[in-house]
Design a protein around this ligand. Structure first.
Ligand code: SF4
Length: 259
């Protein structure tokens, strides 16, 4: 079955032609940088720590950081200054120990881990006859003593998110999709599931871990699925419009692929 992930959907909403270059033509001009290395390492430290409070999350962070740094292509690795690497290691050591206490501050002590890095691969059947699955990995699901499930997606950032980012429709649709397909997979009533972003702030001096709730009711879910349906219709019909409003920050801008 072909599938679509949230990041592919998001890329399509940014520019359908960008989607074509990356997912249909499989052209990849971005192979990672210091931020992706940091994000992967801190995610890994959080993943293991919430499963087992006895693990050394700082050791996991450092090992993962070095492993991912070493696996960058040489040209990408050479662009990163040694001072940046040292700073990031320090920031990661300080941040990794805050994740579990941050969860406990938010949910209290009365929760259990339901799953980490849970794969979702569910058929998209709403609104149209689609042959696609929705694919995603949910960072963390915890269950609180009131029987509710809480889906959490960790987001690495520098100092935090502003209001615009927190309420951005497409950004929050990630949790909307995760909730919808998680409920479908486990046959759980959506009223029993809440969703949250967990900000992991690399450079903040305090409140390095901040969780906040994002709501996804019936109307929002229907809207998100409609846009997903529209994306898949256009992808199936090979309609890939260029969105010139997104060119400024695009790696294909003024290259042979998108002059
Ligand atoms: S340069 Fe602009 S039109 Fe071309 S793929 Fe990127 S965002 Fe789309």
């Amino acid at each position: 079955m072909p599938h679509i992930s949230f990041s592919a959907f998001k890329n399509w909403t940014t520019c359908p032609f960008y989607y074509k270059l990356t997912y249909e033509d499989r052209i990849n001009l971005f192979n990672g940088n210091e931020y992706t290395v940091f994000g992967t390492a801190i995610h890994e430290a959080c993943e293991y720590k919430v499963q087992d409070p006895n693990v050394d999350e700082q050791k996991i962070f450092l090992e993962s950081f070095q492993k991912n740094l070493d696996s960058l292509p040489e040209d990408a690795r050479l662009k990163i200054a040694d001072k940046t690497i040292d700073d990031m290691k320090e920031q990661g050591l300080a941040l990794s120990v805050e994740a579990l206490p941050g969860l406990k501050d938010y949910f209290g002590d009365d929760f259990e881990v339901f799953s980490t890095e849970e794969q979702i691969m569910q058929p998209i059947t709403e609104h149209f006859d689609s042959k696609y699955d929705f694919k995603g990995f949910i960072d963390l699901v915890v269950k609180t003593s009131d029987g509710k499930y809480h889906i959490i997606d960790w987001k690495t950032c520098s100092w935090g998110w502003n209001l615009q980012r927190r309420s951005d429709k497409i950004t929050t649709y990630q949790l909307t999709f995760y909730k919808h397909y998680f409920c479908q997979k486990h046959n759980i009533d959506p009223s029993q599931v809440e969703t949250h972003f967990g900000l992991l702030k690399r450079t903040a001096s305090k409140d390095k871990v901040e969780l906040f709730r994002v709501t996804s009711g019936d109307k929002k879910t229907a809207n998100a699925l409609n846009i997903l349906g529209n994306a898949l219709y256009n992808i199936d019909n090979k309609k890939f419009m260029k969105n010139k409003l997104s060119c400024q920050r695009c790696e294909f801008h003024k290259t042979e692929y998108c002059p």
